[in-house]
Write a protein that binds this ligand. Structure first.
Ligand SMILES: [Mg+2]
Length: 119
């Protein structure tokens, strides 16, 4: 099971990676620090699941999901991980092509639910 984690803040990477390792001990986690890095990795690699932040420098989550769906034509589940919580943002995220949405700070039970239904 291979996961791509796209996030610009070191602390969030650490927390999410730890949670993933607890919930899916066999998972291999690859880190990208922004959308551009993720895009470069995805051109040549396959992942079972992508977890992506929205607010990132260089290339944000919206631009990344557009490239994943329209350019790379990948159907991989992509979970948006973001602090945005208002209804309008949630709709915007799903309309953009993300499979699901999970809010920060990450709740492990919620993450488990999302993983269970996305893989
Ligand atoms: Mg960020």
């Amino acid at each position: 099971m291979r996961f791509l984690l796209v996030e610009d803040e070191a602390f969030n990477i650490m927390v999410l990676e730890e949670m993933i390792k607890i919930l899916r001990p066999d998972a291999k986690v690859t880190i990208a620090n922004n959308g551009q890095e993720a895009y470069e990795i995805l051109k040549n690699d396959f992942f079972n699941l992508i977890l992506s932040d929205i607010n990132m420098p260089v290339m944000d989550g919206y631009e990344l999901i557009k490239k994943i769906r329209e350019e790379l034509k990948m159907q991989t589940p992509v979970i948006a991980v973001t602090a945005f919580a208002v209804q309008g943002d949630r709709e915007k995220i799903l309309m953009a092509g993300f499979s699901r949405y999970i809010s920060k700070p990450i709740d492990m039970t919620e993450l488990e639910k999302v993983l269970a239904t996305s893989l």
